[in-house]
Design a protein around this ligand. Structure first.
Ligand SMILES: [Fe+2]
Ligand SMILES: [Fe+2]
Length: 301
């Protein structure tokens, strides 16, 4: 009992500290990102390792310009997908706030998170405009499940969904901000996102412990499936056939099919580590969920 109290006191103190940092050291996209920089003909827009086709034999049949253009189209799609999922998350945060006391740390932290998420959405929008490419809108099915999640599911499941997507966004941001060959606008916006999402992830993971710590077999299975479906949901938003038509290859369908298959393997390799650790933390891998993660996400669990 004593230990539980200390833990929750520590958590409260940490949340207060994060609220303070958010207020005292705000990272404003307007000034943090060098919007006036311009790319040259060698500038990449996304690290090659994250581009769907890179590493596949067909990648070498593309010209340098086609390779760069594919990265540009895909990073615009990734940013659009995150902005869209953050808009959905904000919808839920507002719904959740209505039930909270305004002087609670939970309420005050979520207000800071909302402010930051709105800034992120604006930043992604500005970056997309700067890159001057048009993203492809989510399908009707994506819209349906996105709305269903944030409007109808229990808060614990929505927080779990938000966290799954933040863990993935975090890995993209980490790779993009570190790659010197990538356009400064992308690197700095990823850096900003990486710093602020670190706080959101810490908060959401700790908040979820109330639920995950006592999850039995069925709850852990349910949580694990929610995480998996969210990752699957995001992954299907990134790679689009239209991009191969736009870069002007002769057989876009062939390229698209190769890219999607190749990307699945790369994604499993590059982007799943943090999510797998999270699911492991509540014993979410069992005889029901393991085969699903392996089949659907090609995860080695
Ligand atoms: Fe964000
Ligand atoms: Fe976030």
């Amino acid at each position: 009992m004593k230990r539980m109290e200390t833990n929750s006191d520590e958590f409260e103190a940490q949340v207060e500290r994060m609220i303070r940092i958010s207020k005292e050291k705000p990272l404003l996209p307007e000034t943090y990102v060098p919007w006036d920089d311009e790319p040259n003909q060698d500038t990449l827009f996304m690290p090659e390792k994250l581009v769907s086709l890179a590493g596949h034999p067909l990648w070498d049949t593309l010209t340098k310009e086609q390779q760069i253009e594919l990265g540009r189209l895909e990073v615009v799609q990734v940013m659009y997908s995150y902005a869209w999922s953050e808009t959905l998350a904000c919808h839920f945060f507002n719904r959740h706030l209505l039930k909270l006391n305004p002087d609670s740390s939970e309420y005050r932290f979520l207000i800071r998170e909302l402010i930051e998420e709105y800034r992120h959405q604006e930043m992604f929008g500005m970056a997309i405009k700067k890159l001057d490419r048009i993203p492809i809108m989510p399908t009707r099915l994506h819209k349906f499940f996105g709305n269903l999640t944030v409007k109808r599911l229990r808060p614990s499941l929505v927080f779990m969904s938000v966290l799954s997507i933040e863990l993935m966004a975090d890995i993209y941001a980490k790779h993009i901000r570190k790659d010197e060959k990538v356009f400064s606008v992308m690197r700095k916006s990823s850096e900003l996102h990486y710093i602020e999402e670190g706080r959101h992830i810490f908060y959401t993971e700790s908040w979820l412990k109330k639920f995950t710590a006592k999850a039995g077999f069925f709850r852990a299975t349910q949580y694990s499936i929610v995480v998996m479906l969210n990752i699957y949901f995001m992954r299907t938003l990134y790679v689009k056939k239209e991009f191969f038509q736009k870069i002007g290859v002769e057989n876009p369908n062939k390229y698209y099919k190769a890219a999607i298959k190749h990307y699945r393997g790369k994604f499993a390799e590059n982007s799943l580590k943090a999510s797998i650790e999270f699911v492991n933390s509540f014993n979410g891998f069992n005889w029901i969920t393991k085969p699903l993660w392996r089949k659907i996400l090609k995860a080695s669990v």
